[in-house]
Structure formats: structure tokens, C-alpha cells
Ligand binder design. Sequence first.
Ligand code: GLU
Length: 435
Amino acid sequence: MKSNIDKAEADITTHYKNPYEIVQELLQESIQTLGLNENIYHILKKPMRVLEVSIPIRLDNGRIHNFTGYRSQHLDILGPTKGGIRFHPDVNMDEVKALSIWMSLKSAILDLPLGGGKGGIIVDPSALSKRELETLSRAYIEKITPIIGPQKDIPAPDMNTSPEVMGWMIDEYDKLRGYNIPGMLTGKPVIIGGSQGRLAATGRGVAITIQEAANVLGMEMNGATAALQGFGNVGSMTAKFLHDLGVKITGITNAHGGIFDQDGLDIPDLLEFVKKGNRIHTYPKAAPLTNEDLFGLPVDILIPAAVENQITKNTAPAIQAKIVAEAANGPTTPQGDEIMEQKDIFVIPDILCNAGGVTVSYFEWVQNAMNYYWKEEEVNQKLTEKMTAGFQQVLAIREQKQMRMRQAAYTAGIRHIVKALHARGWIENEKMLEG
Ligand code: GLU
């Protein structure tokens, strides 16, 4: 039988599992620390609009399965709301609400004229056939059509959604509206208006912020070591860019298992292996690695690039890395964060670290509006400028206010949104508009 303490501890853990509560707490803390009016918290704490849809689909076996989907739109005072759509069995309304708030903060830090949005469907996409997945993707877009559009809310890929899925979705939307509207979503295949560089953008942005953090700590990237959780689009691209910079990635895990090589995994070979449809834990040229062991590896850089709530009171104590780069959204619980603070780990918070994806999505939307397209070098150059400026802005706040990077990132995002609230007359005489 469990003691009361165990039970209380378990309750706390469960309590903090909810990312919506975590983001609200972080917002409230930042607003208080900055001495801002609590009205600002009351404006920011909830999304302005959340839609839940039921999506009945005929499966290949003839049965109807009724899926549940969501779309959350946080705040549109800086521009249309924007953010991805995820397909995952753990999707729920609170998660998409939290993710849409994080999107608002990301766009604000990077000075993008956008608000935050996010959507998702409760589904395990690996359990569906391609036809079922296409039907589900098209039906979801049909259900959320009334609230999306290039000037309203612009979807994009997220966990388990790809350019192919975006292709089905935009095709459905165009059919429903009766004409070609390329700016209604981003992350499309390049041939139908996608941007060069979008697929690699989040990983490229993660690598840029790690390089910036290494500069702050006086760490040489060439020869540094890293461990990575997650090898989807973001994780694999991050691995590629870090490898190009001379970083030795010794451990990688995902939901199925993991691999380890003390001398550094052969990332180009591993990328080829995965491209052929293989799972990383079956890669023959490395030793096995568990997810628990990944966090304690003796590396310079740790990159959670999978799901929420991975750096917790259980995993954080083992971390040896000097830099933790949050490529995933919400990978750290408040307790995990406290432990990293005590250990003086340099954390690149998610709302800064993984903002490269939405940044190139913004470039895609701009190119769609012009109907004129940039070369990949131009996109990458613009991305580097945005990510570096965002990082430097957060770093300056950290130094000026003697804060942790996460608090500095929230400050940067909130400050930008506060200026817009002020400009629209929602709040008056608000301090802290400088900077
Ligand atoms: N899903 C990505 C994110 O979480 C990208 C969103 C977008 O491109 O709009 O930032």
C-alpha cells in the first residue's frame, strides 16, 4: 500500500502533467516578477477560441470510427493565429490550449506578425492505412474550415504530420472554398507553394541556438558531445546540423528504444538507415540505450526533441549536460526546471529553441502572399538572422534582469504582446514598454 507521502507526491506529479497548468503558472510568475498588472495575466491565460470536432471516418474494415480533433486559437492581436496540427494518441484539449499559448510567445519573441494557434487529433497514425489517414486529414480540415484561413488562422505540421498531410489538407480546403489559397497553411510540399528550407527549419533553428549558447559558455562545438531524445523531423534535422558542426552525438532514444556509441554515432549513415523505414533502435552499428540512461549520459548538450514532461524530478538529477536545448514543446516540468536551475544548466527554452519552424512558416506565408519564391540560401539566411536576434534579445534580458533563460524568454514574449495590447487600447499606462 502507498503511504500518504507517496500519494501526495504522486498527486503533485499528476498535477504537473498538465501543460496548460504549467504554461499558466509560468505566465503568472513572469507577469508578477515583472510587476505587470494582473489584468495582463487574465487576458493571456486562456485561448480566445477553442473548437472541438468529431470526425467519423469509415475505416478500411468498413467500421466507422469517430475521432476527436481540436483547434485552439490563443490571441490574434499581432496577426492571424498560427501553429501546427499534431496526430497523437495523447492529444487533448488542455494540451492544444497550452501549445497555442506557447505559439503566441514564440512568435512574439521572434517578432513575427502572428498569434498562437495549435490543433490536433487523438489518433495513433501508425495504426491507420494511408487511405484512412488521408480521409481523416481531409475530414479534419473540413470540420475546422469555418475558423481557419490565411488571414485568420494558419495551420502547419507538428508531431506526426508531414508535407504530404499538408498537401491533402490544402487540397481539401481549396476544394471547399472553390479556388487556390496557398497561404491557408504552411509546411506544404514545395511544388504547391511550400518554402525551400521549411522541412529542416526547426532543426536548423535548434542548432543555431545551441551554437549561440555554446558561445556564451565558451564551449567549442567541434568535438562537443550531445545526447538526443526523439528522432522525428526535428530530432533528425537537429542531429544532422550538429553533426555538420562537428558535434559528436553519442546517444539517441525514441519511444521504441535507443542507441549509444561513445565515439559518436554515424549520423549520415543513421539518417539513411531511418529513411529506408527502419527504426533507430534496430540500428546494428551501436549499443542499446534506454530512455532513462539517456538523461545521465556524460555529454555537453542534451536535446529533448520528443514530447512534453520528459525532464522531471526523476530524470533531471542525473543530467550532466551544460546546455539543455528544448527542441520539443514543454519537455520540462517545473520540478525538473528547478533541479536544472540548482545545477546551473544553461537551458535554451522551447519557446526560443524550436521557433525556427514557425519562422520559416512565416516566410512561406509571405512568399505565398507575394506569389514569388526565395532560394533556399535566402530563406536560411533570414532564419539565421531571426533566430540570432531572438536569442540575443533573450540573453540581454537574462543579463539585465539577472534571470534564467526561460524567465527571460517569457519576459521577451510577454513584453511584445503587452505593447500590442497597449497599442490597441486594451490596457493603459502599462510600465515595462521599454526595450
Ligand atoms: N509545429 C511547429 C511548432 O510547434 C511549427 C508551427 C508552424 O510552422 O506554424 O512551432
